[in-house]
Design a protein around this ligand. Structure first.
Ligand SMILES: Nc1ncnc2c1ncn2[C@@H]1O[C@H](COP(=O)(O)OP(=O)(O)OP(=O)(O)O)[C@@H](O)[C@H]1O
Ligand SMILES: [Zn+2]
Length: 721
């Protein structure tokens, strides 16, 4: 090639043409450095006919500067990038950036320097040094990573290097990973498991696109089944990607993987340190990384020879990214499998309605595991009507739930209390004047956190210490906490069962792999009597002694009237209920509610999943909601309210009038102020036949807005705030 078209990493520039310098070889997908004015940009060589660019005569083209020493992005991945940008109306370069993941890795292998403690005693001790010595035991990383870990400045650590307290270690960036062994500890599968596993194994051998919905009740051994498919891919020398919805779950997965295959898988998520990301990215691109487990960002990496994708807990909403490129990793995983011509397994005990519908329609092949493994029974589910069984004043647990917890404690069994609300109380107000603590940057109340003694906004991170007096009327000691969060439930448990050992499981307490690992080990070893947690503990875990689950407030998720509220409530409660009775002892679930008549609560109580899905499907069909119709949102925001409003009106005023598309709004978004930006929203409801993305592009592209205005499109939105 003499002339190349580049997708450059600058959304404003997009596509530019260059000349290939002499003695330089490039291919489609090569990652290159090109001159741009006095600066340099990174770009990917793309098929010229697939990207339109301004026509520049050959004589005016500038030569490329460098081809980076990494394998070219494969064609299948380039097609996936195009598809994603097109479907989600996102800039190509923003999507492509997700494939590069670690820019440092592009510079090739070699070595990097990390630091660790030497074990020397400091001659001069300062509080910062003491903190660092304490926090960095057994750690190794760059100065920046260690500074973050120890919460001290980089200067303090450099001083410690000088004083011989920290020593440099050379790390080989491309040191190989130990190989996973497909037959290390193969389990004996039940009949149903074997049938499922055989189907997956055959599909991996086939090397053809094959989407599966693995629909198995909680505790049926879905993981064991898809592990057989992983083993087959390993035997064939092909790579596997396992997507999990949360970083917290990777810890648990890692241990099970290690037990099955003899080594840990390769992790990919935002908390993996930079030298490890660099190593992982290079191994992935060179085909040496065998099994990668990660959060959704692992989906766009440049696997050299992918053989299987698994999306575990595939119903989870966290697969939907709500900033930057607003894509749904579950859906894009299926598309990637299509481009790669490989099987993809969506595993869940509570599949999304969309996935169920695709299975009904024959697009996905449904594989069912209707029973728990090892003869364990699904738990008994009972309703506590909070209007009749009233908790004591100032408490949140109904007497029956308390009795059952006491009973479990006496028998040495575990209880789990679920409330999807972090902190101590969701709202704090002044008893004297009624003042409510609100976030200055968002339409949201500040949530009290007793452990950190702060009021925090869960949207933007704004925090203030809990004041002694009301900031409005100045009265001292007049603040009251309204409603419960998990910390408050933990307090209540401490009062009711003072001798119980409890664990509080939220993203505030389980914020490192060590903390999660520690919790899982304790819970498995029976060192915990009562677990109190948010949605973080609802799925994935297997504690054989856990026999009682209490749902503190099943109505919480039904507030707000979100399109998927009922479905989400069903999934969350069914998942948390699924933690009970997984071992030999039977499980019991108590659901506290004020609306026992709501169809979702009734379906949970009767264990009638089919009835719930059928009713929910009909109401979606009536509403033209997914999967029968489609939604898209346009969110307009600015720090200036008037500017945001006028931009939103301009968009509303030019809305196309199409027979298969209905435009609602603009209206202030429910979260009308977020991180200091005022937000307005338009909702589009389209028939499946509509050319939604094209209509949106034709509509929005000609419009111009002031610089401070941001307009983002959300296709198939999950969040309606
Ligand atoms: N064939 C088997 N041999 C031995 N143990 C098994 C087998 N199948 C499943 N198990 C064990 O049963 C438990 C439940 O399995 P697993 O966690 O895979 O279920 P799951 O279907 O993923 O459940 P959930 O959806 O609730 O997370 C695990 O401890 C697992 O190791
Ligand atoms: Zn805020």
């Amino acid at each position: 090639m003499e002339r190349v078209r580049l997708l450059v990493f600058n959304a404003a520039l997009g596509v530019l043409d260059y000349r290939v310098a002499e003695r330089m070889t490039v291919e489609y997908g090569s990652v290159v450095v090109a001159p741009l004015g006095p600066r340099q940009v990174l770009g990917i060589v793309w098929e010229a006919e697939r990207l339109s660019a301004q026509d520049v005569p050959a004589s005016k083209l500038r030569p490329l500067l460098e081809v980076l020493p990494v394998p070219p992005l494969p064609a299948q991945l380039r097609r996936l990038i195009e598809w994603t940008a097109d479907y989600y109306c996102a800039p190509l370069s923003s999507v492509a950036r997700m494939a590069l993941g670690s820019t440092a890795a592009l510079r090739g292998g070699g070595t990097t320097t990390e630091y660790r403690l030497t074990g020397e005693e400091p001659k001069r001790m300062t509080p910062q040094r003491a903190a660092a010595l304490d926090a960095l035991q057994g750690e190794q990383g760059s100065i920046r990573e260690l500074a973050e870990l120890a919460s001290v400045s980089e200067g303090v650590l450099r001083g410690m290097v000088g004083a011989g307290l920290l020593e440099p270690v050379m790390v080989d960036l491309d040191r190989p990973y130990p190989p996973a062994r497909p037959d290390f500890a193969a389990p004996r599968l039940s009949e149903a498991q074997k049938e499922a596993a055989d189907t997956f194994v055959a599909a991996v051998k086939d090397h053809a696109f094959a989407p599966f919905l693995l629909d198995g009740v909680t505790g049926s051994g879905k993981t064991e089944c898809y592990f057989e498919a992983v083993a087959e891919a390993l035997r064939l020398g092909r790579q596997v990607l396992v997507l999990l919805p949360e970083i917290a779950l990777t810890e648990n997965f890692l241990r099970r993987f290690e037990q099955r295959f003899g080594v840990a898988p390769i992790l990919w998520h935002s908390s993996v340190k930079s030298s490890e990301r660099r190593r992982a990215w290079r191994a992935i691109a060179h085909g040496e990384a065998q099994v990668v487990v990660g959060a959704r960002s692992a989906l766009f990496l440049p696997y050299a020879s992918l053989g299987l994708i698994v999306v575990d807990e595939a119903h989870e909403v966290s697969f939907k990214q709500d900033d930057g490129v607003r894509y749904n990793a579950r859906d894009v995983a299926v598309i990637r499998a299509k481009f790669e011509a490989i099987p993809v397994i969506l595993a869940s005990a509570t599949p999304a309605l969309e996935s169920m519908q695709l299975a009904e329609a024959g697009v996905y092949r449904k594989i069912e595991l209707p029973d728990r493994f090892g003869g364990a029974m699904l738990p008994e589910i009972e309703i506590i009507d909070l209007r009749k069984e009233v908790p004591e004043r100032g408490r949140w647990l109904a007497p029956r739930l308390v009795e059952e917890m006491k009973d479990r404690l006496a028998r040495g069994e575990q209880s789990l209390l679920f409330l999807n609300r972090r902190g101590y109380a969701p709202l704090t107000l002044c008893r004297h004047c009624g003042y409510r603590f609100q976030c200055p940057n968002c339409t949201a109340w500040l949530v009290e956190h007793r452990f950190s003694q702060r009021l925090a906004c869960h949207h933007c991170g704004h925090e203030v210490p809990v004041p002694d007096a009301c900031p409005e009327c100045g009265t001292a000691d007049c603040l009251v906490a309204c409603g419960p969060g998990v910390e408050r439930i933990a307090d209540e448990v401490a009062e009711i069962l003072p001798e119980a050992r409890t664990a509080l499981v939220t993203s505030d307490t389980m914020n490192t792999p060590e903390a999660i690992g520690d919790f899982v080990a304790k819970a498995e070893g029976g060192a915990i009597n009562v677990i109190i947690g948010t949605q973080l503990v609802t799925k994935g875990y297997h504690f054989p002694e856990l026999t009682l689950v209490g749902v503190i407030d099943a109505d919480l998720g039904l507030e707000g009237g979100d399109l998927r509220a009922a479905e989400r409530t069903y999934q969350q409660v069914a998942q948390v209920a699924g933690r009970a009775g997984r071992g030999e002892k039977p499980g019991e679930v108590l659901i506290q509610t004020r609306h026992p008549e709501a169809s979702v609560i009734a379906a949970l109580a009767n264990g009638d999943r089919d009835a719930f899905y059928a009713a929910e499907t009909e109401s979606r069909r009536d509403a033209g909601a997914p999967p029968f119709g489609r939604w898209a949102a346009i969110i307009v925001s600015s720090e200036d309210q008037a500017e945001a409003l006028s931009a939103a009106r301009a968009i509303g005023g030019t809305a196309p009038n199409l027979p298969d598309m209905l435009v609602l709004g603009p209206a202030p978004a429910p979260l009308s102020l977020l991180r200091g930006r005022y937000r307005f929203r338009l909702l589009i409801n389209a028939r499946r036949s509509a050319e939604l993305q094209k209509a949106l592009r034709d509509w929005l592209e000609p419009l111009q807005f002031p610089r401070g205005v941001r307009v983002s499109i959300d296709i198939d939105p999950y969040s309606f705030v």
